[in-house]
Design a protein around this ligand. Structure first.
Ligand code: FES
Length: 168
């Protein structure tokens, strides 16, 4: 989504992760994948997780069509969760990820939220596929999942309106 032509005050860590993202790309042998965001506005991310029988994330990768903040946060998340139990990965919040990249401009908070939304969706999907639900997995949507959903609904509504008005 292009909001402004002014360069954003990204810190060097975000820029470095954006230019040299880790774990970028599709994972062929993923146990579970999840998408967050909306292709119509371009802010879309896919998370791939390889999970072993001990419910530990062996590897993680992502594909992103979002901005620098989205790529940087997704990249750092895939590094953070490698070797982590699903229960611990579930507890990662978008704020801790924003901190891990050295801070984000406030207009870019949603990009980090989207990354964690995709991660939490992937974890939820893993247990849905297994038809099991551990105690720590809350029934109601987490903050990040809720925000991802809101953003998707908004993008859908906007694109419908644009179509109706004939705007491209
Ligand atoms: S502006 Fe949407 S992902 Fe960053």
């Amino acid at each position: 989504m292009i909001m402004s032509r002014m360069p954003l005050p990204y810190n060097p860590k975000v820029l470095d992760l954006f230019r040299n993202p880790k774990n970028l790309g599709k994972m062929e042998d993923a146990t579970v994948t999840a998408v967050a965001g909306n292709p119509m506005c371009g802010d879309m991310i896919t998370f791939y997780l390889k999970i072993n029988e001990h419910e530990t994330i062996e590897k993680a990768s992502f594909e992103s069509y979002g901005c620098a903040a989205n790529i940087a946060t997704s990249s750092i998340v895939t590094e953070m969760i490698k070797g982590m139990k699903l229960a611990d990965a579930w507890n990662i919040s978008w704020k801790s990820v924003a901190e891990a990249v050295g801070g984000l401009p406030s207009v870019k908070f949603h990009c980090g939220i989207l990354a964690i939304g995709a991660l939490k969706r992937a974890i939820r999907k893993y247990y849905a596929n297994k038809k099991s639900s551990p105690d720590w997995l809350q029934q109601e949507a987490s903050f990040e999942e809720g925000q991802a959903l809101e953003e998707e609904e908004l993008a859908k509504a906007l694109s419908k309106r644009r179509k109706k008005e004939g705007v491209r």
